[in-house]
Design a protein around this ligand. Structure first.
Ligand code: IGP
Length: 263
């Protein structure tokens, strides 16, 4: 069994428990449920911003603890001030040390799009994402059938949420494309075995249809890489560990964004 299989098994239990604890009706009565999500594309294409989707990630199955000393509101505000186009907040507890409260805190502290970073397998989680104040949800092709992707993205669209589909190879991309997606993310990390290779992004970029925003995800640590990815056609760059592994992730993002302007 791969780590991804383990995460999905645990996620099924977690979703079943969440459904018992909070009904869909309760979610729909929640604080953020009626807000209009930001349009992801507008922030990615905003020339005043960097295209970086800056991630708050305490730990991961591949790296263990990355940073458990910093606060969500502090870090995400600094990311936004440094020119992030969007924020990514892990809400998975068991494998990434995240929490739904982290998303609520990021929402309350910021006025840019927030991505709920989790393993979505059920409509309930999409509705929950809206209630938590998310603007964007992630759908991971490796754990979903094409029919599930169609259904979950349609549910998200109905709620005004933006949808980021994550793929790792050409087969996943081809079978998963559907009309309710806004952005396609190429994950440079293979979630089944954790190997990373930026080349994955360059190999897949030209297979992504023009109608979608193109995002390169994971293992990005150099400003030069962003330049190359931009030239190749990417609009967005998802960066977590490179910032989170430092004592002051917001400052790390500021320094990175500063270099981006000067190269
Ligand atoms: O920390 P990195 O290497 O910059 O990667 C960030 C992000 O791409 C990564 O956390 C990620 C990409 N897809 C995921 C799916 C689930 C959990 C995490 C992820």
């Amino acid at each position: 069994m791969t780590i991804l299989d383990k995460i999905v098994l645990r996620k099924k239990e977690e979703v079943a428990l969440a459904k018992q604890a909070v009904s869909v009706q309760q979610l729909e009565a929640g604080l953020h449920f009626k807000r209009n999500p930001y349009i992801f594309k507008d922030f990615l294409l905003d020339e005043q911003r960097t295209g970086i989707i800056a991630e708050f990630k305490r730990r991961s199955p591949s790296k263990g603890i990355i940073n458990d000393q910093v606060k969500v509101a502090d870090v995400t505000q600094a990311y936004a001030a440094a020119g992030a186009s969007a924020l990514s907040v892990l809400t998975d507890i068991d494998f990434f040390g995240g929490h739904t409260n982290d998303l609520l805190e990021a929402r309350a502290a910021n006025e840019i799009p927030v991505l709920r970073k989790d393993f979505m397998i059920d409509e309930y989680q999409v509705i929950e994402a809206k209630a938590l104040g998310a603007d964007i949800i992630l759908l991971i092709a490796a754990i979903l059938t094409p029919a599930e992707i169609k259904n979950l993205s349609a549910v998200a669209k109905n709620l005004g949420l933006n949808v980021l589909l994550e793929v790792h190879n050409e087969q996943e991309l081809e079978r998963s494309i559907c009309k309710d997606l806004d952005a396609i993310g190429v994950n440079n990390r293979n979630l089944a075995d954790f190997t990373v290779n930026i080349q994955t992004s360059f190999d897949l970029v030209n297979q992504i249809p023009e109608d979608f925003m193109k995002i390169s995800e994971s293992a990005i640590s150099a400003v030069e890489t962003i330049k190359e990815l931009k030239t190749a056609g990417f609009n967005g760059f998802l960066i977590g560990e490179n910032f989170m592994k430092t004592a002051n992730p917001g400052q790390a993002m500021r320094d990175f964004a500063g270099q981006l302007i000067s190269v």
